[in-house]
Design a protein around this ligand. Structure first.
Ligand SMILES: Cc1cc2nc3c(=O)[nH]c(=O)nc-3n(C[C@H](O)[C@H](O)[C@H](O)COP(=O)(O)OP(=O)(O)OC[C@H]3O[C@@H](n4cnc5c(N)ncnc54)[C@H](O)[C@@H]3O)c2cc1C
Length: 600
C-alpha cells in the first residue's frame, strides 16, 4: 500500500492503551500467547491486506463479477486474496488449538480484519461471511455436519453465506416463506427464493455452504416457526465419488452501487427436486441461532464502516497538506504564496470532524469486540454476564453509529478534495459508495433504532442501561482534578442525565402507545450514540492527558494532542446536538407520526 490505510499507531493505541489487551494473557485460553504473537498476527494481516487485497480495490469495482448462465467469473486477484487469507490461517484463527485453530482473541482478530477491510471491503466480504457461517455450524450443527463441513470451511476449500432475505421480505424476518419439507433420510427439501445473498455464487471455492432460514411445514407462525438449515451448493459424496450438484440455482446477479467485487445474488432453492438441506440445531430455533451470526456481523459492519471512513480521512488529510489554494483572510497580498488548504480553518474543521468520527467509531467497535471477548473468556460468571449484557445493549449503536457517521466522514473527505473528491481518479467516491451499504444491511438504521428502544434498553428492567451508566460514571470519576477533562466530563455527565430522563419518559410513552412511543426511535438511536461516543472519546482523552504529562517525542506528543483535540471537538460540538433531539422525544413529538400518506 503506498499510503497506510489504517495506521498501526492507532491500532496499537486502541489495543494496548485504550483497551488492556495484554491482560488477556492472564486468562488460561491465552496463556501460551504473548504480545509478540498478537503483533505478529496483525503484521501478517497487514501484509496480506497490502499485497493481496489492496492491489485490486479499484479493479474489482470497475470489473464486477459476471455470470454467463453457468459460471460466475471474478477477477483473478480475488482468488489470490482468498487463498492468501486462508493459507495464513485466518479462517480458523479464533478456534481452539485442539480444533486446528490459533486460539487468538476476538479483539486481535477484529483488528486484523480491520486491515483487510480497509484495503478492500468488496473482496473481504467472502472471508467475512465464511467466518460467520462456520461459527454457526460450529456452535449449533450436529457432529456429522461439523465433521463434513467445518474443516473445509476452516482451510478455505468451502466458503459460507447467510441466506435470510427474500424478494418479499427483508427487515421482517418473521414473514419468510422459504419452506423445508422433511425427507425420508432425515434431511429436508428446501423450496423458495433468497435475494441479496452476498457471495451466493462465485468461482473461488470448490463448494459454498449456505446457512438458510426456512419454515418447516406446519411450523408456528412468526419468528418461533423459523428453522436454520445448512444447504451446500455441492453435496459431498462419502464414497470418493464426485460431489452431487444440489438444487440451488443462481437466478441472477444484482448490480450494486458499491461492494462490487462481492457477488450479490438471487438464489432459487428447489426449482426441481428440492434443495437438500440439513437442519441445524433444533427445529423452530433458527432465528435465535442466526442472531449469533448477525450480532457478530453487526460488530463487523460497524468496524468495516469505521475503516472505510478512516481510509477516506487519511486520504483527505494527505491531500489537504499538499494542495495549495488561496490565502488566509488576513492576508491581502495577491502575490504571496498560496497556502495548503489545511491552513484554512474550515478544512481543519472538516478533517477534525472526520477524525472524531472514524477514530471514535473504530474505538467503539474494538471496545465492543473486547466485550465479546469478556463475555466468553472473562474469569468469573458475573463478569461474563455483565459483558454480554452491555454488548447486547450496545450492539445497535456499534452497528449503526459508524455506519452513519463514518459514511458522513467519507462525504466530508470528498468535500475536502473539492472537485477532485467527486471524480473516479481519486478513491473517495468509491469509498463513499462502498460505505453506503452499511446503514442498510445487517438490519437497517430504522431497525436498529427499534431494537435499541423497543428491546435492548427495557430488557431485564434496564439492566444493560444501568451497567452502561455505571461504566460512564467510572470514567467521569477518573477525570480527577484536570480542568480540561472535568469540563468535558461535566458535559458528558449532563448529557447522560438528560438521556436517562428521556429514556424514562419514552418507556412511559411506549407503555401507553407502542406505535407512538417508538415513532421517533431513530432520533433516540442518534442521541444515544452521541452519548456513548462522547464517553468513548472521554476515555481516550483521559489516556492522552496522562501521557502528555510524561516525556514524549514530538511525534508522540502530536499523537496525544490530536486525541485530546478530537475528544474536545466531539464533546463540545457533537454532544450538544442531543439537546433538541431529547426535547422532541420527551415531548412525544407527533409530526412525522401524524403525517398522512395522502399529504405527501
Ligand atoms: C449489498 C447487499 C448485501 C446484502 N447481503 C445479504 C446477505 O448476505 N444475506 C441476506 O440474507 N441479506 C443480505 N442483504 C439484505 C439486507 O439485509 C436487506 O436489504 C435489509 O435487511 C433491508 O431489507 P429490505 O431491503 O427488504 O428493505 P425493507 O425491509 O423493505 O426496508 C425498507 C425501509 O423500510 C424501513 N422499515 C422496514 N420495516 C420497518 C419497521 N418495522 N419499522 C421501521 N422501519 C422499517 C427500513 O428501515 C428501510 O428504510 C444484503 C443487502 C444488500 C443491499
Amino acid at each position: 500500500m503506498s499510503e497506510q490505510y489504517l495506521k498501526d499507531r492507532d491500532i496499537e493505541f486502541l489495543l494496548y492503551e485504550f483497551l488492556d489487551t495484554e491482560a488477556l494473557l492472564q486468562r488460561p485460553r491465552y496463556a501460551e500467547h504473548s504480545r509478540e504473537v498478537f503483533n505478529a498476527t496483525l503484521d501478517t494481516a497487514r501484509t496480506i491486506a497490502e499485497k493481496y487485497f489492496a492491489d485490486h480495490y479499484t479493479k474489482g469495482d470497475a470489473c464486477e463479477p459476471t455470470f454467463d448462465g453457468e459460471t460466475v467469473t471474478l477477477i483473478e486477484e480475488t482468488h489470490k486474496a482468498w487463498h492468501a487469507f486462508a493459507e495464513a490461517g485466518f479462517l480458523a484463527a479464533h478456534y481452539d488449538f485442539d480444533e486446528g485453530g490459533m486460539q487468538l482473541p476476538e479483539v486481535i482478530l477484529r483488528s486484523a480484519m480491520a486491515y483487510i477491510n480497509a484495503a478492500n471491503v468488496g473482496t473481504a466480504a467472502y472471508p467475512f461471511l465464511t467466518l460467520g457461517a462456520a461459527n454457526l455450524v460450529r456452535s449449533f450443527a450436529s457432529e456429522d455436519l461439523k465433521n463434513t463441513y467445518l474443516p473445509p470451511m476452516m482451510d478455505g476449500r468451502y466458503a459460507g453465506t447467510m441466506a435470510l432475505t427474500e424478494p418479499d421480505q427483508g427487515s421482517a424476518l418473521a414473514d419468510i416463506r422459504t419452506t423445508a419439507t422433511p425427507a425420508e433420510d432425515g434431511s429436508y427439501r428446501l423450496r423458495g427464493q433468497k435475494m441479496f445473498i452476498s457471495g451466493g455464487d462465485q468461482s473461488i471455492t470448490e463448494n459454498i455452504v449456505h446457512m438458510v432460514l426456512a419454515r418447516i411445514k406446519d411450523a408456528p407462525p412468526g419468528v418461533k416457526g423459523i428453522s436454520l438449515f445448512l444447504v451446500p451448493k455441492f453435496i459431498p459424496a462419502t464414497d470418493g465419488a464426485a460431489p452431487i450438484r444440489n438444487d440451488v440455482q443462481l437466478a441472477g446477479l444484482l448490480h450494486k452501487m458499491g461492494y462490487r467485487n462481492t457477488t450479490s445474488t438471487v438464489l432459487s432453492f428447489g426449482e426441481s427436486s428440492g434443495a437438500v438441506g440439513y437442519l441445524v440445531g433444533e427445529p423452530h430455533k433458527g432465528l435465535s441461532y442466526m442472531f449469533q451470526l448477525m450480532n457478530e456481523a453487526r460488530i463487523g459492519v460497524g468496524t468495516g464502516a469505521a475503516v472505510l471512513g478512516y481510509r477516506g480521512y487519511q486520504h483527505a488529510l494527505q491531500y489537504a497538506k499538499e494542495r495549495p489554494q488561496g490565502r488566509l483572510p488576513s492576508n491581502r497580498d495577491p502575490q504571496s504564496k498560496q497556502v495548503p488548504i489545511i491552513q484554512h480553518a474550515d478544512v481543519r474543521r472538516m478533517l477534525l470532524m472526520q477524525k472524531s468520527y472514524v477514530e471514535g467509531g473504530l474505538a467503539l467497535c474494538l471496545y465492543a469486540s473486547s466485550l465479546f471477548e469478556d463475555a466468553h473468556s472473562a474469569e468469573t460468571e458475573n463478569e461474563r454476564q455483565q459483558a454480554a449484557e452491555l454488548l447486547d445493549l450496545l450492539t445497535p449503536i456499534v452497528k449503526s453509529w459508524p455506519s452513519k457517521y463514518c459514511l458522513k466522514a467519507n462525504d466530508l473527505a470528498i468535500q475536502v478534495l473539492g472537485g477532485s473528491g467527486y471524480i473516479r481518479e481519486y478513491p473517495l467516491e468509491q469509498l463513499y459508495r462502498d460505505n453506503r451499504l452499511n446503514p442498510i444491511h445487517e438490519g437497517t438504521e430504522g431497525i436498529q433504532a427499534m431494537d435499541l428502544l423497543g428491546r435492548k434498553v427495557p430488557a431485564k428492567g434496564l439492566a444493560g442501561y444501568q451497567l452502561l451508566a455505571g461504566e460512564i460514571g467510572k470514567t467521569l470519576a477518573a477525570c480527577g482534578d484536570s480542568d480540561e477533562l472535568n469540563a468535558l466530563a461535566q458535559r458528558l455527565g449532563d448529557g447522560l442525565a438528560r438521556l436517562s430522563g428521556t429514556t424514562e419518559s419514552l418507556l412511559g410513552q411506549m407503555a401507553a402507545d407502542a406505535d407512538l412511543g417508538l415513532a421517533n426511535a431513530a432520533l433516540y438511536l442518534d442521541a444515544f450514540g452521541r452519548v456513548v461516543v462522547s464517553w468513548i472519546w472521554l476515555r481516550q482523552a483521559l489516556i492522552a492527558s496522562r501521557r502528555l504529562n510524561t516525556d514524549l517525542s514530538e511525534d508522540e506528543e502530536n499523537f496525544y494532542r490530536g486525541k485530546l483535540q478530537a475528544a474536545r471537538f466531539y464533546i463540545e460540538w457533537e454532544l450538544p446536538e442531543i439537546e433538541p433531539q431529547l426535547t422532541l422525544l420527551e415531548a412525544g413529538n407527533r409530526v412525522p407520526f401524524e403525517m398522512q400518506r395522502d399529504w405527501f
